[in-house]
Design a protein around this ligand. Structure first.
Ligand code: PLP
Length: 372
């Protein structure tokens, strides 16, 4: 029954962790990429008000006008690039935006450049849609190398996907990284897709976007992480009007629209101050980085809520299995990478739990290295 397309997607890496994890009681769960705080009360109230006011029907495919206008106004204040009303679509999460944009631009065998380590969806969605992910390695420091990127471009390249702050590394692109990507994109006239879902979680300095330096950038933003509403499925894409029009057409025959009451509640979300969430996670970032940096190879993450430690010795899959047997749920690097040298921790847990996890990982790595 199953199509070749569906067979191309391999979710075995994550599944293995979840299968192991299902048998464990009271784990230290570092496996899930979502905040540990709940949706702020004001936003919940706005969603309930939306439902009571009758925001329960299909909205326009591209999303309610008030929300599109509000997001455009915020983005136009933030970025040097200015976007018009026909350049935005509200989507079912950034996942929806990624799916619709790739479906709108990929012809068979067209290439999408992705930096390794990558957010899992980029590779699999590109494959699913019949394109070819071209993977540019960024180890050991996760920065973008102009020459390497340039060498990856061919006549089939349709887009370069940037993700800063990054899932799974927490790396935040420097101005030099953005310059390198923008230079290659400009030279070749290639579109950049900038996945900015973690822009609310930048801990050292200010968030910067390629949209400040190049006009062919599709900015993708979301509400899932900033407001802890991963289950509400809210996101947006802003970019080339022709591509946006194609995305709206495809949304009409797939997702139809983003959830109505949550589009309404998103207006309240955008009025909310989120500094306290950022401060809380910055402290957790410091705690985990300082706690693990001596025993593992780590690039200090500047944002998001992930850290991607590398093992100094030994096989990561065996270490991950050992950690899971000791109730610490981590994800092996090969889920997000062509390499398997690192593992991902989502540090969105209570501080007590975080400290316990750090202690356990430090003890286990000594035991593990003594064995090899
Ligand atoms: N992009 C990145 C880098 C992510 O980490 C995630 C979720 O983990 C998404 C996009 C998808 O987010 P959503 O569809 O909830 O907006």
């Amino acid at each position: 029954m199953i199509s070749e397309r569906a067979k191309k997607v391999d979710s075995s890496g994550i599944r293995k962790v979840f299968e192991l994890a299902a048998k464990i009681t009271d784990p230290i769960d570092f496996s899930i990429g979502q905040p540990d705080f709940d949706v702020p009360e004001e936003i919940k109230e706005a969603a309930i008000e939306g439902i009571r006011k009758g925001m329960n029907r299909y909205t326009m495919t591209q999303g309610i006008a008030e929300l599109r206008e509000r997001i455009l106004s915020d983005v136009n204040k933030k970025y040097s690039q200015k976007y018009e009303a026909n350049q935005i679509v509200i989507t079912s999460g950034v996942s929806g935006a990624l799916m619709l944009s790739l479906m709108s631009i990929i012809n068979p065998d067209d290439e999408i450049i992705i930096f390794d380590p990558y957010f899992v969806m980029y590779k699999h969605l590109t494959n699913l849609i019949g394109g070819k992910p071209v993977i540019v390695d960024t180890y050991p420091d996760f920065s973008i190398d102009y020459e390497k990127l340039k060498a990856a471009v061919t006549s089939k390249t349709k887009a370069i996907i940037l993700n800063s702050p990054s899932n799974p590394t927490g790396y935040v692109y420097t101005k030099a990284d953005i310059d390198a990507a923008v230079k290659v994109a400009k030279e070749q006239g290639i579109m950049i897709i900038s996945d900015e879902i973690y822009d609310g979680f930048v801990y050292d300095g200010k968030f910067d976007s390629p949209a400040n330096y190049y006009d062919k950038v599709m900015v993708m933003g979301g509400f899932s992480k900033t407001y802890a509403m991963t289950g509400w499925r809210m996101g947006y894409a802003i970019g080339d009007p022709e591509v946006i029009a194609a995305m709206i057409k495809l949304q009409q025959y797939s997702f139809v629209c983003a959830p109505s009451p949550f589009q309404y509640a998103a207006l309240t979300a955008l009025d909310l101050e989120t500094n306290s969430f950022r401060e809380t996670y910055k402290k957790k970032r410091d705690l985990i980085y300082n706690g693990l940096k001596d025993a593992f190879d780590i690039v200090k993450p500047g944002g998001a809520f992930y850290i991607f430690p590398g093992l100094k010795n030994g096989d990561v899959s065996s270490f991950v299995e050992l950690a899971i047997r000791h109730k610490v749920l981590i994800i092996p690097g090969n889920v997000f990478s062509e390499r398997n040298t690192n593992f991902r921790i989502a540090y969105t847990v209570k501080d007590e739990m975080l400290k316990k996890g750090i202690d356990t990982l430090n003890q286990l790595v000594v035991e593990f290295e003594n064995r090899i």
